[in-house]
Design a protein around this ligand. Structure first.
Ligand code: PMP
Ligand code: GLN
Length: 409
């Protein structure tokens, strides 16, 4: 195994998903819907596959199928408040993962520092290491205590954040709405990050794959739309999250030509292109969405409305059983403190949350995700009493989980 990927052998999705399947547990672990994808989106794939254009089964343009990048430009132009060149300012990759990989590989030189906000989506750290970059961690710190709190209570300490920027800093990776916490960064919080990026000439990777999922009066603000930030931001989106089709694995990178170009170079030589039928289907799906924007049929806005009662139900069950949920402002995950449920766990060299999740999967047949997977070693103690629940699940699945928690003893 190459030196630069040593230490990245463990993967929470591989390990915990395998255990959940083996144990046939109620699975609120890995983030994917356990219900059928929206009918009109599935229909778009059927139409794409059955279309009599021969090209649909062959390689398409390396940086993105023309119909897909055009649809994305059309969707995002009003959102970013500017014209977007579909050929030079967008790249289609293998999922949000592929987008992150190409931009990190395309920008980071050995020894460059990359600031990662904790909790972070777990692949950021191994991807930075694979590029021989140096991850520098800064945690969101909980500022409230109580039975039920909000992801809004987890904040960056401004002076701590600014102390991490220096002449070696190349990138900061921001994830809003955040996985696993569900925090939706407010404009003022983004302003602090943006001021530091400008002061230290740092590029921001904005992972916004949960962009359409916000609750209550929380609004998703894009850091690329803050003054002078377009030029130094790449924004990442995912068809898997947008259309509840995580198995389709298509992601996009949107930003200024000089940054997207770096990701394009990486992509053209690594993947070359993404599956054409999938790209054609997502293009058709987005075209439908564009025609439905602002109407009740819009999936982009109806999904959050469908998810909010699931979030509220899960939060109330967790509070009822004494788990102190952190109610998310966005995304489809919820963190909760499990320490009232167990007093002693099997000993091993693993973090406590991993031991709890494995024990619960085997003994209670309920699976969740241990959040120390989203932290550096240095800061994992901050969350080893928490677990992450996924709530993009059928009501009946959530009810099964509730039964297990309510009849714990
Ligand atoms: N970023 C975040 C924050 C995610 O939760 C995910 C989900 N896996 C991804 C990126 C990757 O998205 P995709 O499944 O499209 O590769
Ligand atoms: N993004 C999803 C999650 O956080 C799935 C990640 C994965 O399976 N690699 O659960």
């Amino acid at each position: 195994i190459a030196k630069r990927i040593q230490g990245t052998e463990k993967n929470v999705w591989v390990d915990i998903s395998k255990l959940a399947v083996q144990q046939k547990s109620v699975n609120l672990g890995q983030g994917f819907p356990d219900f059928m994808a929206p009918e009109h989106v599935v229909q778009c794939l059927k139409d794409a596959v059955c279309s009599d254009t021969p090209g649909v089964h062959q390689y398409t343009r390396s940086f993105g199928h023309p119909r897909l990048v055009s649809a994305l430009a059309q969707l995002y132009e009003p959102i970013f408040g500017r014209q977007i060149d579909p050929m030079t300012e967008i790249l289609i990759s293998i999922g949000g993962y592929g987008s992150l990989f190409s931009i990190i590989q395309g920008l980071v030189n050995p020894g460059d520092e990359v600031i990662i906000i904790e909790p972070f989506f777990d692949c950021y750290m191994p991807m930075v290491k694979a590029a021989c970059g140096v991850p520098v961690f800064v945690p969101l710190r909980p500022t409230a205590a109580g039975q039920v709190t909000s992801s809004a209570d987890w904040k960056l300490d401004e002076s701590e954040l600014s102390s991490k920027f220096n002449s070696k800093t190349k990138l900061i990776i921001l994830n809003t709405p955040n996985n696993p916490l569900g925090k939706v960064f407010k404009k003022e919080e983004l302003q602090v990050i943006s001021d530091l990026c400008k002061k230290h000439d740092v590029v921001c990777i904005a992972d916004e794959v949960y962009e359409w999922m916000t609750y209550d009066d929380n609004r998703h603000v894009r850091i690329a739309t803050l003054p002078d930030m377009w030029e130094r931001t790449v924004t990442i989106g995912s068809a898997g999250k947008t259309f509840s089709v995580t198995g389709w694995k298509l992601g996009w990178t949107i930003g200024p030509k000089h940054l997207v170009h770096c990701a394009q170079i990486m992509h053209q030589n690594c993947a070359y292109t993404c599956p054409t039928p999938m790209q054609e289907a997502v293009a058709r799906g987005l075209e439908v969405e564009i025609s439905r924007l602002g109407t009740p049929e819009s999936y982009l806005t109806s999904l959050a409305k469908e998810l909010q009662p699931k979030r509220d139900y899960l939060a109330s069950v967790l509070a009822e059983v004494g788990m102190k949920p952190v109610v998310p402002q966005g995304g489809y995950f919820m963190m909760a403190d499990y320490s009232n449920l167990v007093s002693d766990l099997p000993e091993s060299d693993e973090a406590k949350d991993f031991r709890f999740v494995k024990w619960m999967t085997i003994n209670k047949k309920l699976t969740v995700i241990p959040p120390t997977a989203f932290y550096s070693k240095e800061h994992e103690h901050m969350v080893d009493n928490y677990v992450r629940f996924c709530f993009i699940k059928k009501d009946s699945t959530l009810q099964q989980a509730a039964q297990i928690l309510k009849h714990w003893n």
